[in-house]
Design a protein around this ligand. Sequence first.
Ligand SMILES: [Zn+2]
Ligand SMILES: [Zn+2]
Length: 313
Amino acid sequence: MDFKSSSDLQIFLLLLLASIAFPFIWARDLHDIKKSQLLFPQHLLGSSKGHNIEGIHTIKMHLQRYGYLSKNYNIIDTNGAYNNAFDDHLESAIKKYQMFFKLPKSGVLDMETLHQMSQARCSVPDIFENNENETSVTTSNLHIGSKYTFFPGRVKWPDSLNYRLTYALVNNFPEEFKESVRTAFEIWYGRSRFNFTEVSENEGGNIRISFERGVHGDYHPFTKNSKTLAHTFAPIDGRFHFNADKPFSVDVTYNAYHLRTVALHELGHAFGLAHSPSEDAIMFPTIPTNLEKDLDMDDIEGLWELYDGFGVA
Ligand SMILES: [Zn+2]
Ligand SMILES: [Zn+2]
């Protein structure tokens, strides 16, 4: 290389230096961004069995809430203090969680696991305990891979309804989101033999959809620091609640959750589908902003199985 002047050489050296330094700076920034997005204390990163670490109860609460840690496990000990021991129960709950989300099954709270736990999600559990009929997610079907699941007891709408369901948008349902919900019903209609009719708020409705905030009378509050977007009760309850404190949008955008996509997911619950470990399925429990999803064959096959293969040919 021939440098005509010392300033050329200086520029070359500067560029060389920048090209070496920049990837490190970039990598460090990415790491910081990820860390700042965690819902949990950052010092939990890397913790594993045998540790006793302040704040680990937040992980236990998350895992218990979504069915990975037994409801009989005491997160608060007899003295009223948090049990912050990283014990066998927690390790196996984390491994179960990692299996569901197809992460390396290390049992360690690594970045990928904490990041997944920090994603916005539906607040219906992924795993149901004490399920006599083994219809929910079991360890065995997690081994097989990805498949739809049902609520305990395979609860569903009775045959007497003849696949006719009514729905109502209630409690001052926001005008701007009504069409998105109606479209979600149309999409499910197109892949099933269900017929849906919208009725007015005071006519009842098998499925009643509203935006709710905080504690809202169903013992499943949308808590302040959670990233729960919505939840729906299994048949034949029909209550379907969006979290009014979260940003939703009709269009796909970076700073909000696509309302029709969330509606498609919650309607799956309203019909009797539970969560699927398949990332492509609408019944996958977490969702980033800026993502629009449609029904997947996993969802449709789940519905067909629940309703005795009544799907369209
Ligand atoms: Zn859900
Ligand atoms: Zn609710």
